[in-house]
Design a protein around this ligand. Structure first.
Ligand code: FAD
Length: 492
């Protein structure tokens, strides 16, 4: 591993100056590296305690140590771990920076991997073609056909790489959705990030935890490295290419206030590290963003002592949602955002998920339970007659196949005791916009030109797929972007 320490004198912006900056666009330059110190550092500091000491130490003029590598990847979620893997497999020295104390990001919380035409689908007797997936993705208004085509051409080989190379046992397949649950209850994306971390380490990727990138270094119009706040202090890494894979910005209140002001007080299902650092760092050196006001909202977050947990199974496995008055208000199987909007508009921004023994699909500790619907209603302060009538209406729809809200996938008749009720609230789940990229994963500037040396993949980008299947999209584009980096570097 090339670790030649250089002595580069960099002027780091004092904390006092950073503290006075607004959420967007404050940047300054380091004396000889033109390091753009963005407010990403500030956000990082706000979200995690870990950087406080190091930030304080950077006040005033500091001599930063610097090292060199071939490729720096920022963020060790699905997109970053994959990009690092393929860059390393292509013979490059790779440093993978991760802000948190563990790898995985939001990817570790996800449920499935979406793909077409894989041997896994064949093994489960499922026919799901490339055209099926293309048509599905294109159903979302505004999706770019070229990005959609690129994704569906590559999702299958990427899913097979995940399953075959990492040794993941697929346990079920539904259409495009490929699932695995291991003996510890860990789902496919979680297994994937943990196995990818191990494999990357074995291959020699230098994974650095608790090491947020805080700025991109620009020299003569090219990104040549990053500034890092490591556990032992701040330093620079100079690299031939930087791949940003730092995820979205759902946990950055200032960005939510700017791009989705109606949701600024809503919780998020995302990790606290999801603060848009990559977007802010790249904007500070002239990168463009797009689709920043496009979001996926999640209707079923459970407030677990102040931590919002996504409990999507409460509707996907057969439960219904009712208002605090006990009435249904939507087709619970509609898409995330539509159900979340209905919850805000028709249920006053809060609902009870009602399940029976056949449809319980969350931690039972989150639920109130009872042997009858009437008792359950009493326990959650709903008029028993109203909730009983709601359940009776649902059962009539189940029996006739004609649900009053048009729900077609009902799964449970809701008639098997015990019954459960879980309080749910809507929140920010996925930020669809981000850094503008070309089809090869190069980050574009505000003139639409690729910024030399800078690449991005995953939720940090506007991949023009508008929230469709982000785990598979992030991993697929992480792989393709690493290939672009290898190609670009071989031509230089
Ligand atoms: C609860 C939940 C369930 C979901 N379920 C699904 C699902 O079933 N299927 C699906 O397709 N999608 C699902 N999604 C969405 C999907 O998980 C994400 O959109 C996707 O995994 C994002 O991948 P990523 O690699 O771009 O970002 P992430 O996985 O979030 O990784 C980004 C990483 O960058 C790190 N980072 C951030 N800033 C810095 C910095 N300055 N320096 C260094 N590191 C940094 C973060 O700590 C994180 O580890 C779900 C999301 C959530 C929250």
């Amino acid at each position: 591993m090339k670790k030649r320490w250089l002595s580069i004198v960099s002027l780091i912006l004092a904390v006092s100056l950073l503290a006075g900056c607004s959420a967007q666009g404050s940047a300054t330059t380091a004396a000889d590296t033109e390091a753009a110190q963005t407010t990403a550092a500030e956000t990082t500091q706000a979200e995690t305690d870990q950087t406080e000491t190091t930030q304080a130490e950077t006040e005033g003029t500091t001599e930063l140590e610097s090292e060199e590598t071939d490729v720096v990847v920022i963020g060790a979620g699905g997109a970053g771990l994959t990009a690092a893997y393929f860059a390393r497999e292509g013979g490059k020295e790779v440093i993978l920076l991760e802000k948190q104390a563990m790898t995985g990001g939001n990817t570790a919380q996800a449920g499935f991997f979406a793909a077409n035409s894989t041997h896994m689908q064949e093994e489960f007797g499922v026919t799901y073609t490339q055209e099926d997936q293309y048509n599905f993705v294109m159903e979302t208004p505004g999706v770019d056909p070229d990005f959609a085509r690129l994704f569906v051409e590559n999702s299958g080989p990427t899913a097979e790489w995940v399953v075959d190379t990492l040794g993941i046992e697929v346990t079920s397949v539904t259409g495009r959705e490929i699932y695995s649950v291991d003996e510890d209850g860990r789902k496919l994306p979680n297994q994937m990030v943990s196995k990818l971390t191990e494999v990357n380490e074995e291959m020699g990727v230098d994974i650095r935890l608790q090491s947020p990138a805080t700025a991109l270094i620009m020299e003569d119009g090219r990104v040549t490295g990053v500034t890092v706040e490591g556990p032992d202090g701040t330093y620079n890494i100079m690299a031939d290419a930087v791949i940003i894979a730092s995820g979205g910005f759902a946990a950055n209140k200032e960005m939510i206030a700017e791009y989705a002001p109606d949701w600024v007080d809503a919780p998020t299902s995302n990790t606290s590290a999801t603060t848009g650092d990559g977007i802010l760092m790249a904007e500070a050196i002239g990168a463009a963003t797009s689709n920043m006001t496009e979001f996926t909202f999640n209707p079923t977050l459970y407030d677990n002592n102040g931590v919002a947990m996504s409990v999507s199974g409460v509707r996907y496995e057969g439960g219904i949602l009712v208002t605090y008055e006990g009435e249904r208000f939507t087709d619970e199987m509609a898409n995330y955002s539509d159900v979340a909007y209905a919850e805000v508009e028709k249920a006053d921004g809060k609902a009870w998920a009602i399940m029976d023994a056949n449809s319980l699909a969350c931690n039972p500790n989150y639920a109130v339970s009872a042997d009858t619907i009437e008792e359950l209603a009493e326990l959650i302060s709903i008029d028993p007659d109203v909730l009983s009538q709601t359940i009776a209406d649902y059962q009539a729809g189940y029996d006739s196949g004609e649900d009053e809200f048009g729900r077609t996938d009902m799964r449970s008749r809701l008639d098997e005791a015990p019954y459960y009720a879980v309080p749910v609230i809507p929140g920010v789940h996925h930020t669809r916009g981000g850094l503008s990229i070309d089809l090869d994963g190069r980050v574009l500037d505000t003139n639409g030109d690729a910024i030399p040396g800078l690449y991005a993949a995953g939720e940090v980008t506007d991949n023009k797929l508008l929230g469709n299947d982000p785990v598979a999209v992030g991993v697929t584009f992480g792989r393709l972007t690493a290939q672009t980096v290898l190609n670009d570097l071989s031509e230089e």
